[in-house]
Design a protein around this ligand. Structure first.
Ligand SMILES: [Mn+2]
Length: 561
């Protein structure tokens, strides 16, 4: 049985005895928590260990450290125990939705962690009961400020008809497809020795870029641990792992992506995919699917089909439909004499690529246009209008890249327009600056407008939100974290907006009230809700994630030469 005892000033202090059975109790001055039975003996071992801002997600990182400490001090005990389970218990159970449980395997020992999310754990301690040789742990916790601020925010939002709990529930269900290429400056692992090309350019030389697939995966996992929610990983064909055997792009198969699948399975994340029509000798003159040379065109058509097949394998293996996105760099630096020919050839190539029937449960296809690239300033074969027409007529997805339009043209307004004719679209959220289409996503008005259109238009589930940017001048893990957290923040802001009221005003023709409320809503306490969400999802609150990235840079990235 568990017994508990409290209360020290503002702290609640639970004293827990080891044993089996489930029990929940509540009494004046006493707060209890509940543990489920899982075998006869539960050994609870923790010693003088103090941690502030304790979050569930971090427990995974701390788990082995705790065990090291525990093992040192209680090694004989662990040797004797048959069950070898360690319980780490944080504070009390108040709302079951607040409670999560995790098991961490550590050799033969398992940590069982119960944490309450609205508390900071101040300290753990352990005490041995000499009379029956059982052990107790003491957990001290305080209600934290994040929770208090959230409660106030919740009330403010309720006053304008917004249910913050519902907003957070919806937010947790939205997955962002995070692009792999931020991690290594669009390098890939084919080692062809080719320039990036395709009108793409990565500037900056920040140390520590991922050099191998394992490094890229490790870096991304670090980023993922600092981003709230469940997300997807989006890889390009040039991230194939050749393992000593050179396979050209027209012959790629799932073989070269087995490690990616195994890794994604382990992380329980979905994969998205992209054909790679750049950084290759057959793309060196800036033309691929619209190339006048039949042989080159055929090569790239084959590549397109192979990638769709690989995408389907991703979908099959991971149980989540893969989006395979097609973008080509084809264009001309100067005024073409023939704009029509390349477009006719591109259309024919695309039709051949998409003629292969692939089960939509496993893979769906999208096409992405662009306005211009470096070296293709005057003409891009796959322009917006070209692909809009193509996607609508073939009923495949259209990808709107925020950096692929005129500098003052935004994609937010295109969402409801294109979804009139397409069941689904994809986004490449990015931030265009001057000639560059790929700056790290920041929380701009443009980004907020994109999120508002998705949420306010009722298009969650019809818009596959992906990111597409790369910055080599700052820490790459941080770039992932900043951009993705901003995307999620923008969605939260849209979910917290009093859109019901705004639409009512609009329907009545009361545009004064619409504007007034829209502006007032901008300064409602969304930050408190965001902090709470981060804590709820077990990731660092505020800029606390930065310290983790800095530590990772020191321990891991800086050692890469
Ligand atoms: Mn893009």
């Amino acid at each position: 049985m568990f017994s508990a005892k409290s209360v020290l000033g503002g702290m609640s202090c639970a004293l827990v005895r080891t044993a089996g059975l489930t029990r929940t109790r509540r009494a004046v001055g006493l707060q209890y928590f509940r543990l489920c039975s899982w075998g006869a003996a539960t050994i609870v071992v923790l010693l003088d260990w103090t941690v502030h801002s304790f979050f569930l997600g971090r427990l995974f990182n701390l788990g082995s450290r705790i065990l090291d400490l525990a093992a040192q001090r209680y090694s004989s005990l662990l040797d004797q125990s048959s069950t070898k389970t360690i319980a780490v218990c944080c504070s009390v159970l108040r709302e079951s939705s607040c409670l999560q449980q995790h098991f961490i395997a550590y050799g033969e020992v398992r940590i069982f962690a119960y944490a309450r999310l609205d508390c900071d754990v101040i300290a753990f301690n352990i005490r041995k009961n000499n009379h029956d040789n059982s052990y107790q742990i003491i957990v001290m916790a305080t209600r934290n400020r994040i929770h208090q601020a959230y409660q106030l925010a919740k009330e403010r939002y309720a006053a304008v008809g917004v249910d913050t709990e519902k907003a957070l529930k919806t937010l947790a269900e939205i997955s962002i497809s995070i692009h792999c290429w931020q991690g290594d400056d669009v390098g890939g692992f084919e080692n062809l020795g080719e320039q990036l090309g395709g009108g793409l350019a990565v500037t900056g030389n920040y140390p520590g870029k991922a050099r191998t697939p394992d490094e890229l995966r490790a870096d991304f996992q670090k980023a993922l641990s600092l981003i709230p929610g469940k997300h997807r990983f989006n890889i390009h064909a040039c991230y194939a792992e050749m393992r000593g055997k050179k396979v050209d792009r027209n012959e790629l198969s799932v073989e070269q992506f087995k490690n990616w699948i195994a890794w994604a399975k382990e992380l329980k994340i979905a994969l998205d995919f992209n054909q790679t029509y750049f950084a290759h000798p057959k793309a060196a003159d800036g033309l691929t699917l619209s190339h006048p040379d039949n042989a080159i065109r055929k090569f790239w058509i084959e590549h397109g089909i192979r990638c769709r097949e690989i995408g389907a394998e991703f979908g099959k293996a991971l149980g989540k439909t893969c989006l395979t996105n097609l973008w080509i760099p084809d264009g001309m630096k100067d005024t073409p004499a023939d704009r029509r020919g390349p477009r006719e050839r591109l259309l024919e190539s695309l039709d051949q690529i998409f003629s292969k029937k692939i089960d939509k449960r496993y893979n769906v296809d999208s096409v992405e246009g662009k306005l211009f690239g470096i070296g293709s300033e005057s003409y891009v074969v796959g322009s917006h209008e070209f692909y809009l027409g193509y996607a609508v007529s073939r009923q495949i997805l259209l990808t709107l890249d925020a950096g692929h339009y005129h500098p003052t043209e935004t994609i937010a307004d295109k969402i409801s327009a294109t979804l009139m004719y397409l069941p689904e679209i994809a986004l490449h959220v990015s931030r265009g600056i001057r000639w560059d289409s790929d700056h790290v996503v920041t929380l701009t008005d443009d980004l907020e407008a994109i999120a508002q259109e998705i949420v306010w238009g009722g298009y969650i589930g019809r818009v596959r939100i992906g990111l597409d940017y790369f910055d080599a001048s700052i820490n790459r893990v941080a770039a992932w974290v900043i951009g993705t957290r901003n995307m999620i923040k923008a969605l939260l802001l849209a979910l917290l907006a009093p859109v019901g009221k705004l639409k009512q005003f609009e329907a009545k023709g009361d545009f004064t009230s619409r504007l007034a409320l829209m502006e007032e809503a901008k300064t409602l306490p969304a930050g408190a809700v965001w902090d709470y969400y981060c804590e709820l999802m077990g990731v660092p609150v505020g800029d606390a994630w930065l310290a983790e990235v800095k530590k990772y840079e020191k321990d891991v990235l800086s050692k890469r030469q």
